[in-house]
Design a protein around this ligand. Structure first.
Ligand SMILES: Nc1nc2c(c(=O)[nH]1)N(C=O)[C@@H](CNc1ccc(C(=O)N[C@@H](CCC(=O)O)C(=O)O)cc1)CN2
Ligand SMILES: Nc1nc2c(ncn2[C@@H]2O[C@H](COP(=O)(O)OP(=O)(O)OP(=O)(O)O)[C@@H](O)[C@H]2O)c(=O)[nH]1
Ligand SMILES: [Mg+2]
Length: 470
């Protein structure tokens, strides 16, 4: 999308969320930003003649006919030091949706073009203010679900990931140059790498990339949240548990089996760990078409879950469906939640019945936690268990840790695979001129990560996910 947008235009957008807020910001970027702002801004100081950079100027935004729109603060940030690398002006007005829209309309009427999604950041990228990993970190920062996600985004926003990748690429480029020497001047006494040295160098690059990939797998849940799915029989208390974990009545709870028909997802923060909690339709035999579709969705969700909370109603018998679901997923991905403990004493005696025996799960190696979704008993301990199952006993990731995103990690996977193929070739004593091609491939992949080499498609898919105004 950005590719169709001319970089010459001066762009404008509302930079703050569209709702009622303390302050709302309309931002302009481009060579005409200051000129447009001057047409619309009337300072409250008589001495005002020009926008002194990085200074708050108090006054009014007018429309082109001179009608007062809103009292505001304006600030001018000249390129190339600004966020986008171009001249930027911000109007900070009262934060009402109509107010900011009215200011934006005045700006557009004066010759600015409405910015596309992520276009300010796209310009920052094109103008060399940030590389692609930093641009992606901006989006990640905005989307961070918890403090840990924010910390991880910050590390990348600083440029550390891009620099590391660029450094590894430079190392490989240097090796390529040495290969060329060996190929082009085979008889000359120029310092040339032995196959052993060559192997060692490429492997050390491979190890650095592999370490980043390890961070991706380990810390993925800190960035995007762990998918935790509530599954089990109808009436087991899944929706009640969803509500207990959320601390509010989100899901409908009734004593009618089959209450939940479609899955529903909500974000919870479990002691700093972002969790995507999904309530699903309970399992039972049914002829109802809608319920069957709901059940299929439940099953798909359970398959995708990082962790499945298999909720068991202790007043009812354990059914083959419970066991087959557990067996399907295995003890690593299942946490058995024995619900309705409020109806029994600590020995499992209840007023009208005995609590069902969950010994099968324990013997088969499934962790079991006893709770009452109704009274809240055991829910804190369940949270501890959920957190431990997802991230182990480790605390939040360290501040400086570099965790690639999905796009970057996929590129890194291909780089590692290519480096492994290269190592095999070196050992097989394949001629150096053929090895150069593999090295070039790896270098290109690294360039795609930082955006030094980037196709329009890749850039579009990255920046179109941004919000407008960023
Ligand atoms: N009002 C407002 N707040 C914001 C932003 C913004 O654009 N506007 N940002 C973005 O969305 C982030 C900050 N990013 C920015 C990055 C660089 C510069 C900038 O002008 N840098 C100059 C510093 C000049 C100076 O004061 O010495 C430079 O690096 O040369 C401004 C904002 C977060 N807060
Ligand atoms: N005594 C007691 N009742 C509970 C507890 N948890 C849930 N219930 C009750 O069990 C019934 C079913 O609860 P839901 O949370 O709707 O069960 P569900 O698993 O979501 O059921 P479906 O949506 O039909 O699959 C309701 O009447 C709840 O009040 C509990 O811990 N103790
Ligand atoms: Mg339910």
């Amino acid at each position: 999308m950005q590719q169709n947008h001319s970089l010459k235009d001066t762009i404008a957008a509302i930079a703050t969320p569209l709702g009622s807020g303390g302050v709302g910001i309309v931002r302009l970027s481009g060579s005409r930003a200051k000129e447009i702002a001057k047409q619309l801004f009337v300072s409250s100081r008589e001495a005002f003649s020009d926008f002194r950079p990085y200074t708050m100027h108090h006054g009014w935004v007018h429309d082109r006919n001179g009608a007062k729109l809103d009292e505001c603060l304006a600030v001018f940030m000249p390129g190339p030091g600004s966020y986008s690398g171009e001249d930027v002006v911000e109007f900070q007005s009262h934060g009402g949706p109509v107010v900011v829209r009215t200011v934006l309309e005045a700006v557009l009427a004066s010759g600015a073009r409405a910015a596309g999604a992520g276009e300010f950041t796209y310009r920052a990228f094109v103008n060399g203010r940030m590389d692609l990993t930093q641009a992606e970190a901006v989006a990640e920062m905005i989307a961070a679900p918890t403090r840990a996600g924010m910390t991880l985004a910050q590390a990348k926003l600083s440029g550390a990931l891009g620099e590391m990748i660029a450094g590894l690429r430079a190392k490989l480029e240097h090796l390529r140059a040495q290969l060329c020497v060996a190929v082009d001047f085979p008889d000359e006494e120029i310092e040339c790498l032995s196959p052993e040295e060559f192997l060692q160098e490429t492997q050390s690059v491979g190890e650095s990339i592999a370490a980043l990939l390890k961070n991706f797998h380990r810390d993925r849940c800190w960035r995007e949240g762990a998918l935790t799915v509530l599954a089990g029989q109808v009436n087991a208390g899944k929706s009640s548990l969803m509500n207990a974990l959320l601390g509010r009545d989100r899901a409908i709870v009734t004593d009618i089996p089959g209450t939940t028909r479609d899955y529903l997802e909500e974000a919870v923060n479990i002691d700093g760990l972002p969790v995507r909690l999904v309530d699903t339709a309970g399992i039972r035999e049914t002829e109802d078409t809608v319920e069957r579709v709901g059940l299929e969705r439940s099953k798909d969700m359970a398959q995708k879950g990082d962790l499945v909370l298999l909720v068991i109603d202790r007043t009812r018998e354990i059914l083959p469906d419970d066991i087959s679901l557990a067996q399907d997923l295995g003890p690593e991905r299942v946490l058995v939640v024995l619900n309705k403990s409020d109806l029994f004493d600590e020995n499992g005696h209840g007023e009208s019945a005995e609590a069902v025996d969950a010994g099968w799960f324990e013997r088969a190696g499934y962790q079991c936690v006893e709770i009452s979704a109704r009274s809240g008993a055991g829910v804190d301990a369940l949270c501890v268990a959920i957190r431990e199952r997802i991230v182990g006993r480790s605390g939040e990731p360290d501040a400086g840790e570099l965790v690639p995103n999905l796009r970057q990690s996929q590129a890194m996977e291909s780089a590692v695979a290519e480096l492994e193929a290269l190592a095999t070739d070196i050992r097989a004593e394949i001629p150096y001129d053929l090895l150069g091609v593999r090295l070039e491939t790896v270098c290109d992949i690294m360039g795609e990560i930082t955006g030094e080499i980037a196709s329009a498609d890749v850039l579009n898919s990255i920046f179109s996910d941004f919000c407008i105004g960023k």
